[in-house]
Design a protein around this ligand. Structure first.
Ligand code: CP
Ligand code: NVA
Length: 308
């Protein structure tokens, strides 16, 4: 059974196929066509952290595909009221597909070992693969092609940056990560990505201007992710030089776009001036969560399982 816990779980061709289905269904939706590809399928959402975009986009997409959704918050007590080895097989015996947003990636990995249906990672401390699929769909739409696109990610080397690095390496897109040394990725992780890609595609620097230089997209995320609140004061200090502001946008390509997975903290990782500027593509990017995940769910339920 196929699960999508990180983009390591998808080959380059599979990512391209997911994006192809996403673009096709997005175009159909805009023409009023909502093919019932997953009629009567039930998608569960098991969330231990808050969410707007991930929750609502998954609930909406399964409804548009003719299925239904079931949201389960922390009160269901997975791993607390009863162990994962009892909880997950029962829950997944009712469902067709399950999206999990969890504090610990290891907990989702454990869930896959007991699951009777495919599981999708809806964000963990390690990875946010659904976000990265939507990010690429957005760049593809804005740039027309992914060829000759260079991306700069500024700030914390977190779950969003991890999935962005993975998808860029799989699709051959150069990504420059600008982060203070303390918040950079382990060298081994980037070396592994570049080795698989056969090129020095993913680089990191502690100089934000060097990262932003001539890039087509400047991407950032919050400096304090969910679960890191106790470190937030120190992070404000550590990451202060990595704010995406007008000066940094001026280092990028003249037609560069600004991206952010949201929610954003205006005045911290990005200025209000930049996030509200015409260069900001955040609404399109957030809307593409719906379309990218629709492609992922359709692929996972119709093509991936049958090829398995
Ligand atoms: N970007 C993102 O995952 O948003 P939510 O936390 O609102 O789901
Ligand atoms: N890095 C952020 C992303 C939120 C969508 C977090 O994990 O809180």
């Amino acid at each position: 059974m196929r699960h999508v816990l990180s983009l390591f779980d998808l080959s380059t061709d599979e990512i391209r196929r997911v994006l192809e289905i996403s673009a096709d269904l997005k175009s159909k939706l805009s023409g009023g066509d909502r093919p019932a590809l997953l009629q009567q399928n039930v998608l569960g959402l098991l969330f231990e952290k808050p969410s707007l975009r991930t929750r609502v986009s998954f609930e909406t997409l399964i409804c548009q595909l003719g299925g239904a959704s079931l949201f389960l918050g922390e009160d269901v007590g997975w791993g607390k009221r009863e162990p994962i080895c009892d909880f997950v097989p029962i829950l997944t015996s009712y469902l067709d597909v399950l999206v999990i947003r969890a504090k610990s990636h290891a907990k989702v990995e454990e869930a896959t070992r007991h699951s009777q249906c495919p599981i999708i990672n809806g964000l963990t401390d390690l990875a946010h693969p659904c976000q990265a699929l939507a990010d690429i769909l957005t760049m593809q739409e804005l740039s027309g092609t992914l060829e000759n696109v260079t991306v700069a990610y500024l700030g914390d080397g977190n779950n969003v940056a991890y999935s962005l690095a993975l998808i860029c390496s799989k699709l051959g897109i150069p990504l420059r990560i600008g982060a203070p040394e303390k918040h950079q990725f382990e060298k081994e992780f980037l070396d592994g990505l570049n080795q698989s890609a056969g090129a020095e595609l993913i680089t990191q620097t502690a100089d934000p201007r060097e990262a932003a230089d001539g890039a087509n997209y400047l991407y950032t995320d919050v400096w304090t992710s969910m679960g890191q609140e106790a470190e937030s004061k120190q992070r404000l200090v550590d990451l202060a030089d990595f704010q995406v502001n007008k000066e940094l946008m001026n280092c990028a390509s003249p037609d560069a776009k600004f991206l952010h997975c949201l929610p954003a903290r205006r005045g911290e990782e990005v200025t209000t001036e930049v996030i509200d500027s015409p260069a900001s593509a955040i609404i399109k990017q957030a809307n593409n969560r719906l379309h990218a995940q629709k492609g992922l769910v359709v692929w996972l339920m119709t093509e991936a399982q049958s090829n398995n």
